[in-house]
Write a protein that binds this ligand. Structure first.
Ligand SMILES: Nc1ncnc2c1ncn2[C@@H]1O[C@H](COP(=O)(O)OP(=O)(O)OP(=O)(O)O)[C@@H](O)[C@H]1O
Ligand SMILES: [Mg+2]
Length: 146
């Protein structure tokens, strides 16, 4: 079983470089033989997760891992944490600032989109613990989500 791992730093509130980790993950997947639909779903999840770390998480890390069966995105930060995870997972819930909204963010669709596009998502968060979002994608072509 072959495993490839890459780690990308994400800077908090840096909207110039925001999104670059997700683009690098996407380019990496394109260089491997992964189906376009799976790449699309991973790119969406990577981008939304990265933007949450930029906007809400004060910076963090995106860890990418691929083996023969799956891709794992492990996105973590040491920011303020999510107060109510169930609420944050709902469409439309957002604590984005006016500034974030002026840039077009804050629809409260990031986490719902990640949940929809990942085969499995685990969100862990707590006060002073930061936030960790892990997303799993099956790349075997079997048991793919609709
Ligand atoms: N890494 C994080 N650290 C702290 N809070 C977070 C983090 N990620 C999400 N949240 C909280 O969960 C809420 C919902 O996140 P979600 O990505 O769904 O929406 P959004 O980021 O506010 O808007 P959008 O993603 O549509 O631009 C955020 O507004 C924020 O309160
Ligand atoms: Mg978001």
């Amino acid at each position: 079983m072959s495993i490839l791992k890459e780690s990308f730093n994400i800077k908090g509130n840096d909207f110039i470089h925001a999104g670059e980790a997700a683009i690098r993950v996407k380019n990496l997947l394109k260089s491997l033989n992964i189906s376009p639909d799976v790449i699309r779903r991973i790119a969406i999840c990577g981008y939304e997760g990265e933007m949450n770390v930029v906007m809400h998480g004060e910076g963090g890390v995106l860890d990418f891992e691929i083996d023969d069966e799956k891709v794992v995105l492990d996105i973590s930060d040491k920011g303020p944490g999510i107060e109510d995870i169930d609420l944050a997972m709902q469409k439309g819930f957002s604590t984005a600032s006016d500034e974030d909204r002026e840039m077009g963010f804050g629809a409260g669709m990031g986490l719902p989109n990640m949940e929809k596009n990942a085969d499995r998502i685990i969100v862990e968060s707590g006060n002073e613990k930061g936030t960790r979002v892990r997303m799993f994608f099956n790349i075997t072509g079997k048991e793919e989500k609709d």
